[in-house]
Design a protein around this ligand. Structure first.
Ligand SMILES: [Zn+2]
Length: 163
């Protein structure tokens, strides 16, 4: 579905998803210590052998469009649940598991770090879906109420620059 963009005036094709390939806390480890202190894959991250994170997709409904907008984000997991996910990474029979949001989505002026979330595991080769606990935070209200396609493209432009 093409869309005449109110931000840049161009005609766009499909709405892109926006992803972060590392949790926020990975960046807080100094460069020279990362090799030793962090273990990073496309879907998991461990810092200091202690702090465990998983990558999921935070879906925001787009009210006038045929699919959701997806933010690839990271959340923390307690070790037991993290290990359960590692052992059953393609299962929909685990969880949902609690996690603190560990991605800073700086489109939102208010920090998104440490919002409460639940990870829902859907298997089928897909990353878990991340549900933000209802609150007054704009990210939580966007996920609850949905956004317009214009706003989805505004977010996309914020991250992608001219696209
Ligand atoms: Zn545009």
């Amino acid at each position: 579905m093409t869309y005449k963009c109110s931000i840049c005036g161009e005609v766009h094709d499909d709405l892109p998803d926006i992803g972060q390939d590392k949790p926020y806390y990975w960046f807080t480890v100094p460069d020279e210590e990362r090799a030793e202190k962090t273990e990073l894959t496309e879907d998991t991250c461990i810092i200091d052998n202690e702090d465990c994170f998983i990558r999921g997709v935070l879906h925001i409904p787009v009210n006038d469009y045929d699919r959701d907008f997806g933010f690839g984000v990271w959340i923390s997991q307690k070790k037991d649940n993290f290990n359960t996910y590692l052992d059953n990474s393609d299962s929909n029979q685990i969880g949902p598991f609690f996690g603190w949001l560990s991605s800073e989505l700086n489109y939102y002026e208010e920090s998104t770090l440490n919002l409460k979330t639940m990870a829902h595991f859907i298997g089928d080769g897909q990353r878990p879906t991340i549900e933000v606990e209802p609150s007054n935070h704009p990210l939580a209200t966007d996920q609850q109420n949905g956004i317009t396609l214009a706003k989805a493209w505004e977010i996309a432009h914020f991250y992608l620059g001219d696209k």
